[in-house]
Design a protein around this ligand. Structure first.
Ligand code: BES
Ligand code: ZN
Length: 861
């Protein structure tokens, strides 16, 4: 047991692993694999004769130490531990021992451990399988018996055996390869000391493309016929490795770097050391047929996984509650490097709408959790791969990097990496390194942010020139109890004025300052801090007219804050509607995206309200985007800048979703021409908007056409777009048809959330999806075991579209009779989300209706 957390389920420490020698042979006929593993152990307590290792669905055939067989062994399926009992005194006087195990496992279809990924061969049309691994967080134990805890690092020798035509890959480069009979044996070189969750091996038919610009070989592997789409990622990989080496002053220590496209994959990508695996769409890119969002996503994923080669692989969190050290860092680093490579994208401007908002919206729920949360059991670990670890984690890093300066921050980080390389670290170790590098008390400031749940809302009260700033815990349900409002965060107020930025810190409940010039000021300069600011109605009005004094981040933040404060009732929703109405001439696509997203979120809460109100909200959106849309149009030229392209896409898509007649008819025309064979009829960048428009128009004929695209797409990107659109058809018959595809093999298990997302966008879909989920619940749980984070996502998508208290009762009732193991957090978060929407509508229903009528948006009379 662990001294820090007595509840933590960990293995006994009488022995610890030093080295694994592992041999695996998958069998594609019976979907089993045979394995042998010899584990060199350090003996810490020679008096104990039992040895416990993690296993999950593994059958042990034999266990020996130095020729002596174990007397018996038993597996506890609940804790996933197998304990071997050896004859008394076997370890007496021993400092080391080698545990030799032979076993059989299942090459499962659950995308966990050593599993089979099914696909159709591009060239022959045959159904085939790749054997591949996904170990994080606790599925290495499905692939081989091991000490499956992140701080029990060891070295690994891996050998793979299969039919000779298949490619063998693992973390390291090949040491030796030989063919005996019709079998191939590949042994890989010894890895550095590493955690079990980073072990990877693949046996499959694969081809690759390469980039030779970096010190070591950099490759992208894919199924034959698809590998040419890997060049973008291969080139980016070479560049990124060189960049991180320079930034951290630490060489990438492995002799090669492979990226592999995997056909069935539960996450987006996995950072296995030297052998990163990806969902196909997140690695392979057909540049001519991809939206800008797709290009940016591939870039982000590749850079994120490569950042992990240092953050996570070289220096690993000590235990899962430090997961944010892996994921928060990889997220921050991917923006940092992307900013370097693609300055034109100005990714940090996009950070506020992309990442900061996901952090705030999850952390505004009562069911959120602190960044450093105690995790005890395997099924709890998956639930923290969420916006708190990723987005709140990286937003805090962004906050510190602004506070210390980016150079000092990166210097401190590099010292931290150097100190803990090939080992494990805790959050406090990072704060110490940053304190050293900056001479600031980083630990004191940051402890509060990582150990406490939530974030504050700062209320700004003005009496003449006396400004009072007060902080309270923010909940989107606006029902904070006094005992939930005890934490005083160190809040960097960073008040922007027309002269400078005032570095005021609010670390008590309330402070009052005298401000000479109050004509213009905005709290939270460039939205670097993790909080929401609530102003008076007059100040909101003033800020709406001062756009030219505000940065893109400021304007994005104001829109997002105004919408959040409307949801929770700190400010009337009309303040938000007025603010966006004032910014029709906004020049940045980032701010536009936030305006439209925020409006969309309002529309999602109003989804079950009368058609007249929904129509008026669409009219509001149409009038908002009309002038910009007309100014820009929707044809693209080679000379369009990145920002210009994004802006055109944003306006076209927003107008389409608000049913602007000109955009709808243009979409249908492009679509028909495309279907008739004109491959260039739809600009790649507009394809998502065009498909959505077609689906929302509806009709069996269009459904058939989109379904055909799903079956015969020009790219994986297009395939998934078609899949999502299938969920957007509102006709009950077509909805049922889409739902029918979820389990009949038409939709891959890894993709079932995609059409669900389409359904969530309309009232009929929200209902149909929930009915389907209840009827198919047992099957869902079987297919998506609670250990995978996918079940939690599906529960969220299937429930959180509702907006009423009645729906909450119904959902609670359904789950009260079932186990919520592995997704209890997701469920609680979905219910909190519905509560906040229900409260919002009940509070502001009349106000919004009146506003829409008074301003002529409601044409229903
Ligand atoms: N380490 C994760 C993959 C993972 C996620 C493993 C959940 C186990 C459970 C990987 O580094 C990751 O974060 N992938 C992201 C992509 C990234 C760009 C945010 C993903 O899978 O979406
Ligand atoms: Zn990650």
């Amino acid at each position: 047991m662990d001294s820090e957390n007595p509840d933590r389920e960990v293995l006994p420490t009488n022995v610890t692993p030093v080295h694994y020698d592992l041999t695996v042979e998958p069998n594609f006929d019976n979907f089993k694999f045979d394995g042998k593993v010899n584990i060199d152990l350090q003996v810490n307590d020679a008096a104990t004769d039992s040895i416990a290792v993690n296993t999950n669905e593994i059958e042990i055939h034999g266990a020996e130490i130095a020729g002596t067989a174990a007397e018996k062994w038993a597996t506890d399926a609940e804790t996933q531990v197998t304990t071997f009992e050896f004859p008394k005194g076997l370890l007496k006087d021993k400092k080391t021992a080698t545990l030799e195990l032979s076993f059989t496992g299942t090459l499962n279809d659950n995308m966990a451990g050593f599993y089979r990924a099914k696909y159709t061969d591009r060239l022959t049309g045959e159904t085939k399988y790749m054997a591949t691994t996904q170990m994080e967080p606790t599925d290495a134990r499905r692939a081989f018996p091991c000490f499956d805890e992140p701080n029990l690092k060891a070295t690994f020798d891996i050998t793979l055996i299969s039919a000779s035509h298949l490619t063998h890959l693992s973390n390291m480069d090949v040491k030796s390869e030989c063919i005996k009979g019709d079998k191939k044996y590949t042994s890989f070189n010894t890895t550095p000391k590493m955690s079990t969750y980073l072990v990877a091996f693949i046996v499959a038919e694969l081809k690759y493309v390469e980039n030779k610009d970096f010190r070591i070989p950099v490759r992208v592997y894919a199924s034959p016929g698809e590998e040419h789409n890997g060049q973008f990622a291969a080139d980016l990989t070479a560049k990124t490795l060189a960049f991180f080496e320079r930034a951290f002053g630490i060489e990438y220590p492995l002799p090669k770097m492979d990226n592999v496209a995997i056909h069935e994959f539960s996450a987006g990508a996995m950072e296995n050391w030297g052998l990163v695996t990806y969902r196909v769409v997140d690695l392979l890119l057909d540049r001519d047929n991809s939206s800008l969002g797709r290009v940016q996503r591939v870039a982000e994923v590749v850079q994120h996984e490569l950042a992990h080669q240092w953050f996570g692989n070289l220096v690993t969190m000590d235990w899962w509650e430090g997961l944010w050290l892996n994921e928060g860092f990889a997220t921050w680093m991917s923006w940092y490097s992307c900013n370097e490579f693609e300055p034109e994208w100005k990714v940090w401007e996009q950070y506020v709408s992309d990442n900061l908002q996901s952090a705030l919206s999850l952390d505004a729920l009562r069911s959120s959790h602190p960044i450093e949360v105690p995790v005890k059991r395997a099924d709890e670990i998956n639930q923290i791969f969420d916006a708190i670890s990723y987005s709140k984690g990286s937003s805090l890093l962004r906050m510190i990097s602004v506070w210390l300066g980016e150079d000092v921050f990166v210097k401190g980080v590099s010292q931290y990496l150097n100190k803990f390389k090939y080992g494990n670290a805790k959050t406090g170790d990072l704060w110490d390194a940053l304190s050293d590098a900056s001479n600031k008390d980083v630990r004191k400031v940051m402890n509060i942010w990582t150990k406490q749940v939530g974030f504050p809302v700062v209320t700004v009260k003005e009496v003449g020139h006396q400004i009072t700033f007060t902080q309270n815990r923010y909940l989107t349900t606006n029902d904070v109890k006094p005992e939930e409002d005890q934490t005083l965060y160190p809040v960097f107020l960073a008040v922007k004025t027309s002269k400078d930025i005032n570095p005021l810190v609010l670390d008590e409940r309330s402070i009052t300052v005298n401000m000479e010039d109050t004509e213009f000021f905005k709290v939270n300069a460039d939205q670097a801090g993790l909080y929401i600011t609530s102003y008076s109605d007059e100040r909101w009005k003033k800020l709406a007219e001062q756009a030219e004094l505000l940065s893109v981040e400021d304007r994005t933040g104001l829109v997002a804050d105004a919408k959040a404060l409307s949801t929770s009732g700190y400010t009337p929703t009309t303040n938000f509607l007025e603010l966006v109405s004032h910014w029709k001439t906004e020049s940045s696509f980032v701010v536009w995206e936030q305006m439209v997203n925020s409006l969309f979120s309002l529309r999602a809460s109003w989804i079950f309200e009368p058609a007249s109100v929904n129509g008026a909200l669409n009219e509001f959106t149409r009038q908002l985007v009309d002038a910009k849309l007309n100014e820009l149009g929707w044809s693209f030229t080679k000379s369009d800048s990145y920002a210009n392209q994004r802006m055109k896409v944003e306006m076209f898509a927003s107008a389409g979703s608000a049913k602007m007649p000109s955009v709808l008819s243009a979409s249908l025309k492009m679509f028909e021409a495309y279907i008739s064979g004109d491959k260039h009829a739809i600009p790649a960048l507009l394809k998502p908007a065009v498909f959505t428009a077609v689906a929302r128009k509806g009709g069996e004929d269009s459904y058939e056409k989109i379904f055909n695209i799903y079956k015969n797409p020009v790219s994986t990107d297009e395939k998934l777009l078609a899949l999502k659109s299938l969920g957007a058809f509102e006709d009950p018959k077509l909805l049922q048809r889409t739902l029918g595809y979820l389990f009949d093999g038409t939709v891959l298990l890894q993709d079932i959330h995609i059409p669900m997302m389409g359904m969530r966008g309309h009232a009929a879909g929200v209902h149909a999806l929930w009915v389907w989920t209840q009827e198919n619940w047992d099957e869902l749980v079987k297919k998506l075991p609670p250990g995978l984070s996918m079940l939690g996502s599906v529960v969220k998508i299937a429930t959180s579209g509702f907006t009423s208290f009645e729906a909450i009762d119904e959902i609670k009732d359904f789950f009260s009779k079932r186990s919520t193991k592995g997704f209890d957090q997701s469920l609680a978060q979905a219910l909190d989300t519905i509560t906040s929407k229900a409260q919002w509508i009940n509070r502001d229903r009349e106000l919004v209706s009146k506003y829409l009528k008074d301003h002529g948006f409601d044409k229903s009379g």
